[in-house]
Each structure stands twice: as structure tokens, then as C-alpha cells.
Write a protein that binds this ligand. Structure first.
Ligand SMILES: [Mg+2]
Length: 358
């Protein structure tokens, strides 16, 4: 069975966890610059129409009593790690999609057993970390994720084996993975609006509408999703990066950030029993160009001080010109595994963006 977990209003929930005076209040996590956008809105802010990616000034217009809190990425990583450790207990494999979302392969064929596992995870995350987390349980990934979305906030929904197609049928086609707004419009012109209608299409129509990819999409629509939970087991690098809420020019602040990222990378290397000899940094400048530098150390390491020192040297050698910095990342590559330690099945995938240019 597969469980999908998603922490509710993650950044906002972390803020409410850390500051009880924020609980029950409309809250937005956002920077303070002129172009700041809402990163996460608490559930109390949503009835005002406040959504992620909305400009902050607009959110304040909609809800004058809105409380705005700055993001805290180090804290998000910490809370995420604590939650993922709970997902891992009793799981075959965990596939992280982001800091607040994961698929879990639960080693059972029984829906009841998988629901018990998911219920246990939700209780532990609530009791031990203090965070609300929703869960979807199914035989398949896409259905588990959709069920989790429907269970939000702070709920659990399970779809019994054999009823996947029936569950999906009345939903808009846009809920299917890979069907974006453009495709949805094109399908609406053909009067295909629900997943069930797409599932019922014949081979000719499927080929005409979607090409070679069509059969796969139809299988998803019919509730046949055979994809496995895939933990990132063959780790070639461990990295951590952070996007600033404002453009940074202060070199001391960049070094402080590299230090924080180095500690994070070192902790994860330790957790997975890894060391590396190549240490690199990634810099996204305010013109959105990405520059990188890397260096090698003689002995494979996971020592935060060594990583930080090497990252600092890379920063000093980087060409910033007159540019400010929007994002910094630290990466350790040329990884070797400690033979004495078992590598964990799960390696956090916080870094959707590859280290281009390093
Ligand atoms: Mg979430």
C-alpha cells in the first residue's frame, strides 16, 4: 500500500507551533520587500481569499488584520526532518517530494493495516512534533495524493483497492498528473471534462488527442498507476540551498548562510553514513544567472567546519560583479559510503533545482 503525507499549511503551521499567540489568527508567511509574495497562508487566512504566491500588499488589502511572519528555512528543515523520521518508522521506503510532502511504501496489502500506520503517523507527528499532517492511503501514488488533498486540512482518506477508477471518475480531468490548464481547455472543447470521460475514450481518440503518451494517461484515469515509491538511494551528492527573501549584498551574511547550509549538509551526510571530497557552492545572482565554484579536500569528509571553510573559499573566488545574491547552496559530491554504517533508504530531496553550472 502507498500512503501520501502532506503537512498542512507547512510554514504557517511551524510559525503557529513556535509562537502560540499566532494560533487561530489569519497568518501569512512572507518577506518584507516591495515585491514580497505570500509563501504560505494559514487556514484562518484562507477564507479572506489569501493564497500562496499572492502579492503581500494584495493580501493585506483583503485582510487588514493579517499577521505577517518572515520565513525561517533552517527551522523548516528541522521540523521536516523530525516528521520524515516518523514517516520512516514502519515504512519500506520514503520518497520525499518536498520538505512537507512524501510518499511512503507501506509493507502491507491490507487497507486497514495501512490506515492504522497512517493514523499512527498522524498522531505521532501531532504529539511529538506538534504539526498537523494530512494523509491519503491507496494502492497507488496518484490516488493516494488526490485522497490526501481531499482530506485536508488535518484529515485522512483511504481508497479501497478496486474502487480507484470509480473514485476518480467524477473529478475534473485537471486533477490527473500531466493535465495542465492548456490541455484541460483543449479537452473541454471536445467535451471531455471528467476523468471518467477520459478513461472511456477509445484508442483512436486517445491517440489523436494526446499522441503516444495517451495510453499512459488513460491508464492513470482508469485507476491503473503502477509507479513505485522511489527513494533516492544512489546518492551522488548531498546539497542544501536557500532562497533569500530579499537580494543580499552583505558578504558577511552570505558567509553566515553558507555556515548554516554546511551544518545542514553535514548532518545529512552523517545521517546517511556518507562523506565526500568535492565541496561546491551555487549562487543565483539577482539577474537570475547561476554561478558555481567547487573545490576538493584531501580526505572524504562530513565535518561541517571543513565544508564551511571550503564553501567560504568558493564564495571568495566567485564572480558577483555588481550583482546581489538571491540564492545560495552548498553541495558535497564525490560521495563515498561509510562501510560501517547502513545507509538510510531515504535521502531528503529538498533541492528540486539541480546545481547547474557547478
Ligand atoms: Mg503541505
Amino acid at each position: 500500500m502507498i500512503a501520501h503525507f502532506d503537512l498542512d499549511a507547512f510554514y504557517a503551521s511551524v510559525a503557529q507551533l513556535d509562537d502560540p499567540s499566532l494560533r487561530g489568527r489569519p497568518l501569512a508567511i512572507s518577506g518584507s520587500s516591495r515585491r514580497a509574495v505570500v509563501l504560505t497562508a494559514s487556514y484562518e487566512a484562507r477564507p479572506f481569499g489569501i493564497r500562496s504566491a499572492m502579492p503581500l500588499y494584495r493580501a493585506r488589502e483583503l485582510c487588514p488584520q493579517l499577521v505577517v511572519v518572515a520565513p525561517n528555512s533552517a527551522r523548516y528543515r528541522e521540523v521536516s526532518r523530525a516528521c520524515f523520521a516518523i514517516f520512516e518508522a514502519g515504512a519500506h521506503a520514503v520518497e520525499g517530494l518536498s520538505l512537507d510532502e512524501a510518499f511512503v511504501d507501506v509493507p502491507t496489502d491490507s487497507l486497514d493495516a495501512a490506515v492504522d500506520y497512517a493514523r499512527g503517523v498522524r498522531e505521532r507527528v501531532r504529539a511529538e512534533v506538534g504539526m498537523p499532517v494530512s494523509a491519503g492511503v491507496s494502492t497507488q501514488k496518484m490516488v493516494a495524493k488526490i485522497a490526501c488533498d481531499e482530506a485536508k486540512p488535518n484529515g485522512l482518506k483511504a481508497i479501497p483497492a478496486g474502487s480507484e477508477a470509480e473514485y476518480l471518475a467524477p473529478m475534473p480531468v485537471g486533477r490527473l498528473w500531466g493535465v495542465g490548464p492548456k490541455t484541460q481547455l483543449r479537452l473541454a472543447a471536445e467535451r471531455i471534462e471528467t476523468i471518467g470521460q477520459l478513461a472511456a475514450l477509445g484508442d483512436d481518440a486517445i491517440l489523436r488527442l494526446f499522441g503516444r503518451w495517451g495510453r499512459e494517461l488513460r491508464e492513470l484515469a482508469r485507476g491503473n498507476d503502477t509507479r513505485k515509491v522511489e527513494p533516492d538511494r544512489e546518492t551522488s551528492s548531498v546539497s542544501s540551498e536557500t532562497t533569500f527573501e530579499y537580494d543580499v549584498r552583505d558578504v558577511a551574511e552570505m558567509h553566515r548562510t553558507l555556515s548554516e547550509l554546511s551544518v545542514d549538509v553535514a548532518e545529512r551526510l552523517a545521517k546517511y553514513g556518507l562523506r565526500g571530497t568535492t565541496i561546491g557552492i551555487k549562487i543565483k545572482r539577482d539577474d537570475f544567472t547561476i554561478v558555481g565554484r567547487q573545490t576538493s579536500v584531501a580526505e572524504p569528509t562530513r565535518d561541517a567546519r571543513i565544508i564551511e571553510a571550503a564553501a567560504g573559499r568558493c564564495l571568495e573566488r566567485s564572480t558577483l560583479g555588481s550583482h546581489a545574491v538571491r540564492l545560495l547552496g552548498v553541495r558535497v559530491a564525490s560521495i563515498t559510503e561509510d562501510t560501517s554504517e547502513q545507509m538510510s533508504m531515504f535521502v531528503a530531496q529538498e533541492n528540486a533545482t539541480p546545481f547547474e553550472g557547478v
